[in-house]
Design a protein around this ligand. Structure first.
Ligand code: HEC
Length: 274
């Protein structure tokens, strides 16, 4: 905007005031038109007090070629800048007001009229915001019944389902690779050892202050399928809470592998030595 205004004013000054005045009577002469074709010309300025027009003409004529006297025009000699004429100042002020007004209208009004709309100004609800759009005033909505979130597989069993009855329907999708065991160990140490102890013996320092967690090395748990342990971790069992929100599905299966590792370590067979 500023550049446009400055350019406009500059152009006006140049057009109306002939400023800078770079015209010269010499420019309009036949001499100027042919000087480039005839290779060269000579001009003598008549401002010197010793200048004598007749002698200068004679000298040039003797050198050959055409001799012309060129005079400043009336208009040129009488030229006065009109910078401070009220008309011009009024015009400048008018242009300033018009361009400022145009700019103000464009940036503050026009850009906000439809269809120019700012996306940031569209109606929207942020988390926890209220909304008059819904009857109950809550901006956050419950998922439609039966909706399954992307990447989330609903767990089909309830806490009341017994581990030994539903466990056989669940299969561990992970192989006990080094990474899986390391992940399982990490999660076991974070979430299980506070109650079950570092090796799953049920001997953590909580012992005696909380219903004693059972050992994970009982014949019962050792003979359970992987799915039964997964079920207990997922839904909880009696006083043991559910860990389905703290530990992802994959991590829970990795923990099951780690529990298996602990069990095998405490009941190692001769063949495990290799
Ligand atoms: C807040 C303490 C606590 C934490 C943490 C905890 N458990 Fe338990 N867990 C218990 C208690 C108490 C029981 C016994 C519940 C009962 O009475 O049936 C139990 C039961 C179990 C059982 C069933 C044992 C059986 O004999 O019925 C398994 C398997 C088990 N927990 C695995 C885990 C795993 C794996 C973790 C880690 C993800 C974990 N628990 C975290 C307290 C805990």
């Amino acid at each position: 905007m500023l550049l446009a205004v400055l350019l406009t004013v500059g152009a006006l000054i140049t057009a109306f005031l002939k400023f800078p005045n770079n015209s010269h009577p010499l420019h309009d002469t036949p001499y100027m038109k042919s000087v480039s074709a005839d290779k060269f010309g000579i001009t003598i300025q008549a401002e010197d007090p010793m200048f004598n027009e007749k002698e200068a003409k004679d000298l040039l004529k003797r050198l050959g070629g055409e001799v012309d006297a060129v005079y400043y025009s009336e208009e040129f000699l009488n030229f006065k800048p009109q910078m401070f004429e009220p008309k011009f100042i009024l015009l400048l002020a008018g242009i300033a007001v018009a361009s400022a007004g145009g700019g103000y209208f464009t940036w503050n009004k026009l850009m906000y009229l439809p269809p120019f709309d700012w996306m940031m100004q569209q109606p929207r609800v942020n988390a926890q915001m209220k909304s008059d759009f819904y009857e109950d005033g809550f901006g956050m909505r419950m998922p439609v019944e039966g909706t399954v979130a992307r990447g989330f597989i609903p767990y089909p069993y309830k806490t009341s389902d017994r581990a030994d009855s539903v466990g056989k329907y669940l299969v561990n999708p992970l192989l006990p690779t080094k990474q899986v065991l390391e992940l399982g160990k990490k999660k076991f140490f974070t979430f299980c050892t506070p109650c079950h102890g570092n090796f799953g013996n049920g001997d953590s320092r909580l012992a005696g202050q909380f219903p004693n967690p059972p050992t994970l090395h009982s014949d019962k748990v050792r003979q359970w399928p992987d799915g039964a342990i997964f079920h207990v971790v997922t839904t909880g069992q009696n006083v043991m809470p559910s860990y389905q929100y703290q530990i992802t599905r994959e991590e829970r299966w990795a923990v099951v592998h780690y529990v298996r590792t602990l069990q095998r370590a405490l009941n190692a067979k001769e063949s495990d030595l290799q």
